[in-house]
Design a protein around this ligand. Structure first.
Ligand code: ADP
Ligand code: MG
Length: 450
């Protein structure tokens, strides 16, 4: 009928605009490399901030003692305690607790948010078992990771909130969560060179050679001087969510999403791939199908007009529905959007849109990773004929962890871009709660008792 050909036309147009053929992905990867150079050359030289972290002492493995971490993400936070046993015993024991942040605290004043966090921390400390040991007379020490760039004053704010809770704890390290993930990844595997987060938001960090950072005016080791290998390296927090390029396959849906967002024109890369936005892109395409092709009947389902009503976890369960009649899809459409009695054909359309949205995001994330590998010369075997060293990317975030079609697609796209030879040396390793462990390790290496 006329309706289904209109449906097909809308899908076809979206599919074409959102397409990520390998040639386009290579352009995106190259643009990422170019922007990385620009961001390292000067402050404000690129949309990529390429923040120098001054974490030049990544964990060595010698760390010992009891340390804490607080990992504050976009939607939840984790508190963690780790008993470190040094080179021999490594992580003796660890425990964590995850708390979701009530949405009103995310928008309200930060005092309330920090009181909420400090109170959870105090409870966590109070419930500590005997197998964790804090030497007598010592203050507890905490590594604090954030998923967004923050000023130093958050340390003061958290410290005051902890005092209000009567919790005697010192914040000894404040790092971005990608850097926490990199540090945690390194502790377990020395071949980790970069960390990527794909959760509510997205970001990446990697290890750069100091001499490749023109904007860093610190003291560089003089040639011929005895220096430790680590002092010639710097960890860079790319803030890659803000990457943009004319090569990105932006559709009208993306433009509209961006225009309606709290930060129009910013975080364009993130808006194409992170957990905060995938479900919202899906909703926008479905709304177009409802209004222009009557996909869900003669009236537009009112709930479909509510921004962010379709969350990415729901999209993920729709996308992963393997039942012959797409039962989960039917249930979700009914429960979340108030659309009853959908036909199998309609459900298939919804799944097809999920597929286009998720795979575009995953393929672009892979291209971003290839951009980093190119920057550090790890995307292909060296020209001298030697073998490409083993190269590990530590990955964290609920999107990558739970959205299997997304993570599988990212992995296969990485292989597709790198080719069979380089692919054997390059691995993505899920660093579950990597940022938390990393933060506690950084608390240890920045301890007041060293
Ligand atoms: P944060 O990014 O807040 O630090 P996480 O790394 O745990 O926290 O990621 C949480 C995000 O991961 C959620 O906002 C959501 O977008 C995404 N996510 C969580 N569970 C799923 C799922 N089952 N399928 C797809 N995405 C998920
Ligand atoms: Mg996180």
């Amino acid at each position: 009928s006329g309706r289904w050909s209109r449906v097909a036309a809308v899908i076809k147009e979206f599919e074409e605009r959102a397409a990520t053929p390998i040639g386009k992905l290579r352009q995106v990867a190259d643009a990422m490399t170019v922007e990385m150079h620009a961001g390292l050359a000067s402050e404000g030289g690129s949309k990529l901030k390429m923040l120098i972290s001054y974490v030049d002492n990544l964990p060595t493995g010698d760390e010992t003692g009891l340390f804490y971490a607080l990992d504050l993400g976009g939607t939840n936070f984790r508190v963690l305690r780790v008993q470190l046993g040094g080179k021999e015993k490594r992580v003796v024991k660890q425990e964590f607790e995850e708390v979701s942040i009530p949405p009103h605290l995310m928008v309200g004043g930060s005092d309330e948010l920090f009181d909420f966090i400090a109170s959870a921390l105090a409870k966590f400390v109070a419930a500590e078992g005997d197998d964790f040991h804090l030497p007598i007379g010592r203050q507890r020490e905490l590594g604090f990771t954030f998923s967004f760039p923050v000023g130093e004053d958050v340390v003061a704010e958290l410290t005051r909130a902890m005092e209000r809770q009567g919790l005697d704890m010192r914040v000894s390290a404040l790092v971005n969560d990608t850097i926490g993930t990199l540090a945690g990844g390194r502790y377990f595997d020395h071949d980790v060179v970069a960390a990527v987060i794909l959760g509510t938001g997205t970001n990446a960090a990697y290890v750069e050679r100091a001499h490749a950072i023109p904007k860093w005016h610190g003291l560089l080791p003089k040639s011929g001087e005895m220096v430790s290998a680590s002092s010639s390296n710097m960890v860079i927090n790319m803030e890659w969510g803000n990457f943009r390029s004319s090569h990105l396959p932006l559709t009208d849906y993306d433009q509209a999403l961006d225009a309606a967002s709290l930060n129009p024109g910013e975080q364009i890369f993130e808006k194409l791939m992170s957990g905060m936005y995938l479900g919202e892109i899906l909703r926008r395409v479905l709304l177009k199908l409802a209004t222009e092709t009557a996909l869900f009947g003669d009236t537009v389902p009112p709930k479909l007009e509510t921004p962010f009503i379709l969350r990415t976890p729901a999209m993920s369960s729709i996308h992963h529905d393997n039942s012959p009649d797409l039962k989960v899809v039917g249930t979700k459409l009914k429960e979340l959007l108030g659309i009853p009695n959908t036909s199998l054909k309609t459900r298939k359309v919804v799944v097809q849109i999920c597929d286009i949205v998720a795979k575009r995001g995953a393929r672009l994330a892979a291209a971003g990773i290839v951009g980093i590998l190119k920057k550090i010369g790890r995307d292909a075997p060296p020209k001298d004929g030697s073998k490409l060293p083993k190269t590990v990317i530590a990955m964290d975030g609920g999107l990558y962890e739970h959205y299997t079609i997304f993570s599988d697609c990212l992995q296969s796209t990485l292989k597709e871009m790198l080719g069979p030879e380089a692919s054997t040396s390059i691995v993505i390793k899920l660093a579950n709660d990597g940022s938390g462990i990393g933060a506690s390790l950084l608390a240890a290496s920045h301890s007041q008792y060293l």
